[in-house]
Design a protein around this ligand. Structure first.
Ligand code: ADP
Ligand code: TRP
Length: 323
């Protein structure tokens, strides 16, 4: 089984990214041939400062490794080190109906958030399809917001196969875990860096993390009154970090009343801080060893490039390109 996923280097990572994409990817590296990359071509749609882009790529590499991506088990590289993917993007563009892209909600969402409408932003899902298809991927672990992009990928692969031959491109399956499909942010909306409601995986200090968690929006139920745990995003967040019995205990305490939200926020804070403590330590080591991080990405790129070449050659031959 080949597992593939990518993530854009477009800012600090938050726990939505962690539970939606990183943690499932890290888990899957034990179960198959894992391919994970830093989507810097994609980030060009929104990051226009070269120094910022380079910085984000480095931070992302360090953070993903700190969280447990194991370069002995997974191939890990920077997307732009495998330029073959852009050639496949063009070829796929020529089988992609305009209507398919026009239906994509992420394009409209991003424009609504203030990202400038470029052809790159519009064609973003075709590049993503190429990322996936160029590695003959079977499984793609992502958060729920990527579901439509995976559907586009499958449609594009099928269109290509219809035109040039069945079985040429492998049709991938998304892997979206229901429990963590959408991690809520501080205000209860989907956690996203565009909504300014994130809890970062690596908040700079304990104090900053506590302050953020204390700022989670709750209703005005008085301390002594019973509270409804269903639909409480404080409980939802806590359940990402705690065992089933701890979650049950929190829910029972909600129903019993007599405890204020501040207490639950403190519990959540402690669970988050403890969960990422070992990763924070590993991160320090990685920050101090940039040559190691560069080496991981370079050898990952070499391996990825070989695989990509195989599929691209197959596609070129099928389409009549080249000799
Ligand atoms: P953001 O919304 O902060 O810009 P991205 O769109 O860069 O995050 O998402 C990167 C990865 O993290 C994707 O696989 C996405 O599905 C996942 N992800 C992002 N936010 C969440 C969330 N709140 N819950 C679950 N998964 C998420
Ligand atoms: N679009 C994805 C995101 O915003 C990132 C991405 C690019 C990706 N190429 C991919 C994810 C291929 C999975 C597979 O998070």
């Amino acid at each position: 089984m080949r597992i593939l996923s990518g993530i854009q280097p477009s800012g600090r990572l938050h726990i939505g990214n962690y539970f939606g994409m990183m943690e499932p990817s890290i888990r899957l590296q034990e179960q198959g041939e894992a391919f994970y990359f830093i989507a810097d071509y994609h980030a060009l749609t929104s990051i226009h400062d070269p120094a910022a882009l380079r910085g984000h790529v480095r931070d992302l590499a360090i953070d993903f490794l700190a969280c447990g991506l194991d370069p002995e088990k997974a191939t890990f590289w920077r997307q732009s080190d495998v330029p073959e993917v852009t050639e496949l993007t063009w070829i796929l563009s020529c089988v992609t109906p305009m209507g398919l892209l026009e239906r994509c909600v992420s394009y409209k969402d991003k424009i609504a958030q203030g990202i400038s409408p470029s052809h790159g932003l519009f064609a973003y899902p075709v590049l993503q399809a190429a990322d996936i298809l160029i590695f003959d991927s079977d499984v793609v672990p992502v958060g729920k917001d990527q579901k439509q992009h995976l559907e586009v990928t499958r449609d594009v692969a099928q269109k290509f196969n219809d035109r040039y031959g069945e079985g040429l491109l492998r049709i991938p399956e998304p892997r979206i875990r229901e429990e963590t499909a959408v991690v809520p942010g501080l205000d209860g909306q989907k956690m996203s860096k565009s909504y300014n409601n994130t809890i970062e995986i690596f908040e700079e200090t304990e104090k900053k993390l506590r302050k953020k968690i204390m700022g989670i929006v709750t209703d005005s139920t008085p301390v002594e009154a019973p509270k409804d745990p269903e639909g409480s995003y404080l409980v939802q967040l806590f359940s990402l970090f705690a065992g089933a019995d701890e979650v049950e205990a929190m829910k029972a305490s909600y129903r019993a009343g007599g405890t204020g939200y501040g207490h639950y926020k403190q519990q959540l804070f402690e669970a988050v801080w403890a969960h990422f403590a070992p990763m924070r330590e590993r991160r320090e080591t990685l920050v101090a060893d940039p040559a190691y991080v560069d080496g991981v990405l370079e050898s990952g790129a070499r391996r990825a490039r070989e695989k990509a070449r195989e599929v691209l050659d197959r596609v070129r031959a099928a389409t009549g390109l080249g000799r």
